[in-house]
Design a binder for this molecule. Structure first.
Ligand SMILES: [Cu+2]
Length: 484
């Protein structure tokens, strides 16, 4: 997020601050002009509680030298931001605004959504175990809302279930939630009034609580990702809350690949990725190149004897998972392993034409249905060439099924995917895209032949013969050699 954008955010927050509860004086006294400056450039405000929580010292004390771990790495939300706070008589105060927003999923695709403080997901809230927090929630929607603090141990009346534990926050009203953080871990927040609609429209955010003793969780980089799905039908501009299974967009922090900002780290750094899931599907999140440890959830940070080594971890609906690993150099894909979740909008109930010679048919259908593209005979990978070249314009306001270009060609993915980029040289506060990995000589897979009959590999022959009706490719004219 650019500095300009942040400035706008801060401006809007100080504007809503006209609500009498928090005077401008409190803001300035509590946080200080320095805090405002830090907030404007996106850093965590250096707050008046510096002495109160000595572990907040990491904000000032980062040296960035290898091996010296930050006491708490400040969380980083790719494509998102962290909500500034102010201190008011020992209370850490935040202000959420529930409002309608316009959101871009990737260039060429945007929608009228609902979110918090101008974005979906809403800003990440970051605090420390033991903090007393007060969170103002102003409702600028056209219907009532509330905020549920998902996975928190708190007084029942602060739990945010409209009608059950509190009156609804009516349009134009501001409520305050106030409780002490008696836990640590990766938590979430979302509405609990007309929850199905409000979450389908994008209302959700992450809430990270650091342990009081920073030695319990030393990492150098701490990323926060919120997984979601959207029914934004091609050609429309508003998510459809009625959809239960067949979604169009699968997002990380409300972006689809390649609009998802890469996560970057320096070789040897300890990295944590905190993932939350408020979508309608489970997501087996897979990170290439490392075995990570699963170290925590919305139930808090796990005892070490519960940590386990994995390469894929399911983040179930309503759950959070923390994974940690030591960064190794390279460009490493990070994505949901439900293969359809790394696609953008596509039809699902279509004829299977794999292995079918469709010569002439596609052109004839296109006379009736302009822009029609059949599933390919040999697979779908060539679709990206067509869509990139503009041969297949889809309906307006939608994205190609997959996209993304790498240094070696089409990546042909979309949706719930990002890239973990690890480099030997990287400053401690560098989070920008470092470009593509420069592979050491001799470490990239290489071509040895263009002859399909190359070598003499051992191959098994089917005992039962081709299924009936016979796969057309077995009667083909030879150019399908090797496609089995
Ligand atoms: Cu998934």
């Amino acid at each position: 997020m650019s500095t300009m954008r942040r400035n706008q955010k801060i401006t809007s927050i100080t504007t809503t601050e006209d609500i009498k509860m928090v005077s401008r004086r409190n803001f300035l006294v509590g946080a200080g002009a320095g805090a405002l400056a830090h907030a404007l450039i996106g850093a965590k405000p250096v707050s008046a509680d510096m002495g109160h929580h000595e572990h907040d010292g990491h904000v000032m004390g980062q040296t960035g030298s290898r091996g010296q771990r930050n006491r708490h790495a400040r969380v980083h939300t790719p494509n998102g931001w962290t909500l500034p706070f102010r201190m008011n008589n020992g209370v850490k105060e935040f202000h959420l605004v529930a409002e309608k927003i316009d959101h871009e999923f990737a260039p060429g695709c945007w929608a009228h959504c609902w979110g918090y403080n101008g974005t979906t997901p809403g800003p990440t809230i970051e605090a420390v175990e033991g903090d007393h927090v007060r969170i103002y929630v102003t409702n600028l929607l056209g219907e009532p809302t509330s905020v549920h603090w998902h996975g928190f141990k708190l007084p029942s009346g602060m739990d945010g279930v409209g009608g059950l534990t509190q009156p609804h926050i009516e349009p134009g009203e501001t409520f305050a939630y106030e409780f002490t953080l008696r836990q640590h871990g990766t938590q979430m927040y979302h509405p609990h009034v007309d929850e199905m609609v409000q979450m389908a429209m994008g209302m959700m955010g992450m809430f990270v609580i650091h342990p009081r003793d920073p030695a319990d969780a030393p990492v150098d980089r701490d990323f926060v990702l919120l997984l979601h799905n959207w029914a934004l039908h091609p050609g429309t501009y508003r998510p459809d809350p009625s959809v239960m299974v067949d979604f169009d967009l699968w997002t990380i922090n409300s972006k689809v690949f390649p609009a998802t900002a890469p996560m970057v780290a320096r070789t040897g750094e300890r990295v944590r990725i905190r993932m939350g899931n408020l979508s309608m599907w489970n997501h087996p999140m897979h990170l290439h190149g490392v075995h990570f440890l699963v170290t925590g959830s919305d139930g808090g940070r796990w005892p070490r004897n519960l940590w386990r080594s994995e390469a894929t971890e399911i983040v179930g609906v309503g759950q959070t998972r923390d994974i940690e690993f030591t960064a190794v150099p390279g460009d490493w894909a990070f994505h949901c392993h439900m293969a359809h979740h790394t696609m953008n909008p596509m039809a699902h109930e279509i004829a299977n034409t794999i292995g079918v010679d469709q010569s002439g048919i596609e052109e004839r259908i296109r006379q009736i249905l302009p822009g029609y593209m059949a599933m390919g005979r040999h697979g779908m990978a060539d679709h990206q060439d067509h869509t990139d070249a503009g041969h297949m314009p889809g309906p307006e306001n939608t994205l190609p099924m997959f996209m993304g270009k790498g240094p070696f060609g089409n990546i042909a993915m979309g949706g719930m995917m990002s890239i973990m980029k690890v480099r030997d040289e990287l400053g401690p506060d560098e989070y920008g895209d470092p470009g593509w990995y420069d592979h050491p000589p001799g470490t990239v897979a290489y071509k040895v032949s263009s002859d399909p009959s190359f070598g003499n590999p051992v191959r098994m022959k089917s005992e039962t013969g081709p299924a009936k009706p016979a796969d057309q490719d077995h009667h083909g004219n030879g150019h399908d050699h090797g496609e089995h």
